[in-house]
Design a protein around this ligand. Sequence first.
Ligand code: FAD
Length: 363
Amino acid sequence: MSARLHDVVVVGGGPAGLAVAAAAARSGLDVLVVEGRPFPVDQPCGEGLLPAGVRALDRLGARAGLVAAEATAIGALRWVDAAGPSVEVRLPAPGGLGVRRTALSAALLEAARRAGASFHGAEATGHRRGVEAVEVLTGAGPVRGRVLVAADGRGSRIRWREGLDAPLPRRPRFGVRRHLAIAPWSSAVEVHLGDGVEAYLTPTGTGRVGVAFLFEREVPGGWEAQLARFPALAARLGGAAAASDDRGAGPLVRASTARVLDRLVLLGDAAGSVDALSGEGVSIALAGALDLAELLPEAVSAGGSRGALLGWERAWHRRQLRAAAWTSILLGLARRPALRRGILSLAAGRPRLLQRLVAFALG
Ligand SMILES: Cc1cc2nc3c(=O)[nH]c(=O)nc-3n(C[C@H](O)[C@H](O)[C@H](O)COP(=O)(O)OP(=O)(O)OC[C@H]3O[C@@H](n4cnc5c(N)ncnc54)[C@H](O)[C@@H]3O)c2cc1C
């Protein structure tokens, strides 16, 4: 049993948990990360980081360690309707990044260790918020902190135990990804829009492209069957060997009813995930972690009450509102093929307007 009272215990060593641990430890807090899986942690993901995520990686000093074999600079997004029209738009500076989740995990782990965070390799099985501290129960004994950061992902058990789960979406969506051993043919992330399914292609290092499908309706046959719904794409990728196991996840969107309680904050997907179609999840997790780390030192010394942590609720809303608005525009188009084709054709003729819209949404 750890008798030590840490300033912050973070449950979950994904992008959100590692980033907040690195930034909070760097500002002098005593931070412990509880992660149930061995590092580096893999995860079903399209693996595209948008500019906000790249900026956050830079602030954490975590981009320098990424090598070309596992990370590719992304210059543009290309939306392609399976029936024809397509548009490409440049990403605002500093651009995006396609990065294997294992490489991202290793880079963030290194940043957190360098900053002085410590690690507890065990699954958290329960927690109790008390007047003086929070106790987290784990398979390797309890740990204690002044504030608990729940960064335990989309299916957060901490959120569930606290009764903070919002109802599931009416039309849940799911995703499955596989990597192909194939040389990336461009530095753009391609989003192919089919009817009821999108294919998301991200270069993630020399000789590797990640192909993720997002959909409402499961079709028998998994990843292969989803690819068959895009005949032109299937012909282009035809024969490329798989470079990873298939990994699926869903429902993609999970929401919480509050982000802050006494001695507890929810962060990253645990606070609320957006549909993967916008490719914003990791960027929101990283940028949000930096927002939270900025206010943690004062909130911890003020006692870690809900009132002391409320700044996080406001910061979260600011980011989430913009992301939710952009995602619902994309989802609305994905779900309406005729409107989508019209808008793509229109946008192709007005590249400057589209560029400004994307810079506003993702800058
Ligand atoms: C198919 C798909 C495609 C996606 N594509 C993209 C994309 O292209 N770009 C993008 O930015 N985002 C994408 N996302 C979203 C992105 O994966 C998430 O938003 C991101 O992983 C959130 O990070 P997180 O740290 O909050 O949670 P996670 O990455 O889920 O990390 C949570 C961590 O907590 C640990 N954990 C959970 N429970 C416990 C416990 N009880 N005890 C100890 N540890 C625990 C887990 O092992 C895990 O390491 C995609 C998601 C899916 C499903």
